[in-house]
Design a binder for this molecule. Structure first.
Ligand SMILES: C[S@@+](CC[C@H](N)C(=O)[O-])C[C@H]1O[C@@H](n2cnc3c(N)ncnc32)[C@H](O)[C@@H]1O
Length: 287
């Protein structure tokens, strides 16, 4: 079968799905199987594809048609200009999370440029936050923790992919595995923040296939913020930065939790849709 015909067939198999982009997804998958880039696919429409590849492609498109995320099929997700390896069991990085990373990168430039500072990423997942920071700021030391074996395995693959010897990964339930003597200039986290009862309402790609450990933030979605905000003060340097990704309607509640714990200069950053996406604040001098 020719590339064009196969693409059309594949895209048709998923065109009824509410989420995703059928032609792009079919192109990405076929490109992976043929080991060529999208441009090759677009410019070689008449090229014949072997039956083995046709069968594999149709089998995987069938899986995709049931809601299985394309990123798990191709084991890839682009984030901050880097290619992250992903597989089932780890959260697929979201482009909204780039807002937090970009803020941290410019904060480092303004406050700690070229200094060997320490950063902690709690719940590192595939490594989206911590590894991107470590990649673009080679002088910082990033500590990444997670409670999930798969996340740590995947983060380690990505760490090795980009030779990030400024990153230490460790299994830890929030701060439990962190030595009390460690002090961080920045603590960043994108913790699970979906209210338990809302998980059922999420799109199938997420609720059926992404890890519950990465989504479930307890009854009101705020469990992890309640635990991290007070404990973070023991691990932050004076004037250290605490920065979170948050759900679109959680900004004011998390801001008041941080105010109650004595954080200063608290700000809420919005995403491209104009929704609250990040909250940050600075640890005040005494605590
Ligand atoms: C929303 S995901 C974020 C993943 C990644 N940082 C990102 O932005 O793509 C939350 C992560 O927190 C981890 N996690 C859940 N409970 C945890 C805990 N008690 N201690 C440490 N990590 C935890 C999950 O395994 C998951 O990788």
């Amino acid at each position: 079968m020719e590339i064009n015909q196969l693409l059309k067939k594949g895209a048709n198999m998923i065109k009824g799905r509410q989420y995703g982009n059928p032609v792009l997804e079919a192109t990405l998958l076929l490109g992976e199987l043929l080991n060529v880039d999208n441009t090759h696919i677009y410019t070689h429409g008449k090229e014949e594809v072997s039956q083995v590849i046709v069968d594999k492609f149709l089998e995987l498109m069938e899986k995709r048609s049931k809601g299985y995320p394309i990123q798990y099929i191709i084991n890839k997700k682009e984030f901050m200009g880097l290619d992250f390896y992903v597989e089932e069991g780890v959260l697929i990085p979201r482009s909204d999370t780039e807002i937090l990373v970009e803020y941290v990168l410019s904060y480092i430039e303004e406050n700690h440029n070229n200094q060997p500072i320490n950063i902690l990423d709690i719940g590192i997942g595939s490594g989206a936050i911590g590894l991107s920071i470590a990649y673009y700021k080679r002088n910082v030391n990033v500590y990444g923790t997670d409670i999930s074996d798969v996340s740590l395995k995947v983060a380690n693959i990505n760490k090795n992919r980009y030779n990030l010897d400024n990153v230490i990964l460790m299994e830890s339930n929030l701060f439990e595995g962190i030595n009390e003597e460690n002090r961080f200039h920045i603590i960043a986290s994108n913790p699970p923040y979906i209210p338990k009862n809302d998980i059922e309402t999420l799109q199938r790609e997420v609720k059926d296939y992404e890890p519950m450990k990465a989504l479930d933030g307890g009854k009101d979605g705020l469990d992890f913020y309640r635990r991290i905000i007070p404990d973070s003060k023991r691990y932050l340097i004076e004037k250290g930065l605490l920065i979170f990704e948050i759900g679109y309607d959680q900004g004011q509640q998390i801001k008041s939790m941080m105010t109650d714990e004595g954080f200063k200069d608290i700000k809420i950053l919005k995403d491209l849709q104009g929704l609250d996406r990040v909250v940050l604040g600075v640890k005040e001098r005494r605590s």
